[in-house]
Ligand binder design. Structure first.
Ligand code: SER
Length: 317
């Protein structure tokens, strides 16, 4: 990885990954692309407007900057995809196949994230194995399974160096997520700081995997730098740091804000999605094949999230 093009560079992962890659590889060597501009956010290095459903546009930008790597992040998350399934198919699958074609035609290394959403109701729920049943019941899950297979196909058929992880819910104080099922685990920190209370749309006792963004960014870079001869599962490594339900976040927050109140108003659509996903996934293959390790547990993450969100809103804890 010497010159990297990032799609979805202003999204939940992209906005932090792009900055981190620029710190490591140099600002001019990371080309951020997104379908929109946000004032002040794309000025730290090269940035181009790119619609990933336009394969020629993506190819032209990749060729012009002579990149050697694509990190393809542009996608709709699970709840949004459930509201607009055909749009999700067009963006999530159309964008992915375009990005893979660009990688094939220019011989680029390739990263794209899969998700815990690639699992479904028939998947074993606890310590979900790396290789298991994947019959998801959401459009997002269908996209993610198809995407994992497509990335494997481009590796086996065209020898493109495709790599990827199955991310759990990602938690960060920088860019807000939009349209995900795990978003409650971000909102809860914002609401704790603003109102010392949160009404959860996910029910008490519903466990899902989560991870603090710094661990997610380190995982991407570590996987992309890993010795390819050690990678058996190239495209869809289970990785997780935390398995938690809403009450676990509330308890961790109460160590700093003892009066924090958690109530529930369950959203049936996102609850049903959450119930179709694992309670916890097994990251052993990622640990064995490229040394994946998460540094943040729920308490360490909670301390930092509350500090950072307080600073963001200028609130004294
Ligand atoms: N965070 C994502 C979502 O909730 C899961 O990959 O859609």
């Amino acid at each position: 990885m010497k010159k990297i093009l990032v799609t979805g560079a202003l999204g939940q992962i992209g906005s932090e990954l792009t900055s981190k890659l620029r710190e490591i590889y140099g600002s001019d060597n990371v080309i951020g692309t997104d379908i929109r501009k946000i004032d002040g956010q794309q000025e730290q290095g090269p940035f181009e407007l790119v619609d990933v459903t336009d394969g020629k546009q993506l190819f032209d930008i990749a060729k012009r900057y002579e990149v050697d790597t694509i990190m393809h992040l542009a996608a709709l998350l699970s709840a949004k995809a459930e509201s607009f399934p055909k749009v999700a198919w067009d963006i999530n699958m159309g964008g992915l196949v375009n990005a893979l074609e660009v990688s094939k035609n220019l011989d680029l290394q390739f990263f794209t994230p899969s998700s815990i959403g690639a699992f479904g109701p028939t998947t074993p729920k606890d310590q979900t194995p790396q290789d298991t049943f994947q019959r998801p019941t959401t459009m997002y899950g269908v996209n993610k399974v198809a995407g994992e297979l497509l990335c494997d196909y481009y590796y086996h058929r065209f020898n493109i160096d495709t790599r990827g992880v199955r991310f759990p819910g990602l938690i960060s104080y920088v860019a807000p997520p939009g349209g995900g099922t795990t978003d409650y685990a971000v909102e809860i920190y914002y609401e704790a700081i603003k109102h010392n209370a949160y009404e959860s749309y996910i029910a008490e006792g519903t466990y899902m995997d989560m991870m603090y963004m710094p661990d997610a960014l380190n995982a991407i870079i570590k996987l992309m730098e890993a010795d390819p001869s050690r990678l058996v599962h190239r495209n869809a490594f289970n990785i997780s740091a935390i398995s938690a339900q809403p009450g676990d976040f509330a308890n961790a927050i109460r160590k700093h804000l003892p009066d924090f109140k958690l109530s529930y108003k369950v959203d049936p659509v996102r609850q049903q999605i959450a119930e179709s996903w694992p309670n916890s996934i097994d990251s052993a293959a990622a640990a064995n094949e490229w040394g994946f390790k998460a540094d943040y547990d729920i308490d360490r993450m909670t301390k930092e999230m509350l500090e950072k969100v307080s600073t963001k809103f200028n609130v004294k804890q």
